[in-house]
Design a protein. Structure first.
Ligand code: NAP
Length: 344
């Protein structure tokens, strides 16, 4: 019988610039629909550090518990919980309101509400998803935000066409693995020749095209060349306003830009001409807000069915819970390739 006990959490400091560890007592009992989970691994997203460095466009909870992505195991359930039992392997969804993708409200984990950089947490069963059993906690922890975003940005399910993925960050690398498993031809960009060489080795017999956006600042022309002038079907736009004109130029007719990120900065110093190319080529610019519980579940089912390993997207360095600040600093310094994991 669950009785409540102390659990350590990291919270953003009063000035919002660093992390502080605290011991907090969990509630003494669970509500009927609640599930207590023990968090095994957390993976970081750019937003987690962006909101501690004044680079996040949305206000966040003061002294909140950061991070949205984790893998956990169920340790206790409320009296009316039927979907989960003790020992199940689970993760919460990113936006606690987004069950079907049709909801109006939003409550994003780690931003608006406290979440997962802690040892234990309590969630209602309706916001939990079963994780693929073949994945380690470090791999599975990448699913809720990075994975689900990659899944919705690619417009899954689909099994053909060409997708251009910007950079070798978490969303992009996850999207690359989905492309390879689904049969979508990927073109991935990076500032680093070494990173692109490493990425190409993931393809096996499947071809991964690469573009160095430093040595090819007009990378959209490279994308057209690589597709024999046709253009790509979809761009996973991680850079934002500073890149969108180039992304539109790289698209084939009726192509889509999935607007995911703002790595190139929040405020564009100019508003590029997006209207004319969108009209001329019947393009779609689609805003992505991670995805719904259904999207996350579909992604988990896909990863299970295709036996996708997520090891290739993990950064070489794994941090211990006590080293969480160092993990955030590592991400902010952009020394990583793929996902940074904190093991708990
Ligand atoms: N809308 C949503 O639902 C949603 C969900 C998740 C994330 N996001 C946003 O999506 C973006 C990507 O997130 P992430 O977690 O994947 O970030 P990340 O892991 O920090 O990605 C960093 C990588 O992006 C690449 N990059 C940085 N600046 C670039 C530029 N100007 N041009 C091309 N590539 C650039 C770099 O790759 P190289 O080192 O290879 O050059 C860098 O290593 C962020 O802005 C994040 O906030 C949005």
């Amino acid at each position: 019988m669950y009785k409540g006990f102390p659990s350590s959490s990291f919270r953003r400091s009063g000035d919002g610039l660093s992390l502080e560890i605290l011991e907090e007592k969990l509630p003494s009992s669970l509500q009927s629909q609640e599930v207590l989970i023990r968090i095994r691994a957390v993976s970081l997203n750019y937003r987690d550090v962006a909101m501690m460095n004044g680079k996040y466009p949305i206000s966040v909870k003061e002294r909140g518990i950061p991070a949205s992505d984790c893998a956990a195991e169920v340790v206790a359930v409320g009296s009316e919980v039927g979907d989960f039992e003790v020992g199940d392997y689970v993760a919460p969804i990113f936006d606690l309101y987004s069950l079907t993708g049709t909801e109006e409200q939003m409550a994003a984990l780690g931003g608006h509400v406290d979440r997962v950089l802690r040892q234990f947490a309590i969630f209602e069963q309706r916001v939990l998803v079963h994780l693929p059993k073949h994945l380690s906690p470090e791999e599975a922890a990448c699913i809720p935000c990075a994975g689900t975003t990659a899944w919705t940005a690619l417009g899954m399910p689909r099994s053909s066409g060409t997708a251009l993925l910007q950079g070798t960050g978490g969303v992009s690398m996850f999207a690359l693995l989905i492309c390879l498993a689904a049969g979508i031809h990927p073109i991935i960009t990076s500032s680093s020749h070494e990173k692109l060489e490493k990425v190409q080795s993931l393809g096996g017999s499947r071809n991964i095209d690469t573009i160095n956006y430093r040595s090819h600042p007009r990378w959209e022309e490279e994308a057209l060349r690589l597709t024999n002038g046709r253009g790509v079907d979809l761009v996973v736009e991680n850079v934002g306003p500073t890149a969108i004109a180039q992304s539109l130029a790289s698209l084939a007719r009726r192509g889509t830009v999935s607007l995911v990120g703002f790595l190139g900065g929040i405020k564009a110093d100019r508003f590029p001409d997006t209207i004319l190319p969108t009209l001329q080529k019947s393009l779609t610019i689609r805003g992505i807000a991670v995805g719904s519980k259904i999207d996350q579940q579909n992604l988990c089912d896909f990863l299970t069915e295709k036996k996708v390993s997520l090891k290739p997207i993990l950064d070489d360095v794994v941090f211990a819970f006590e080293e969480s600040q160092a993990a955030f600093d590592h991400l902010f310094a952009a020394k990583h390739m793929g996902k940074i994991i904190i093991r708990i």
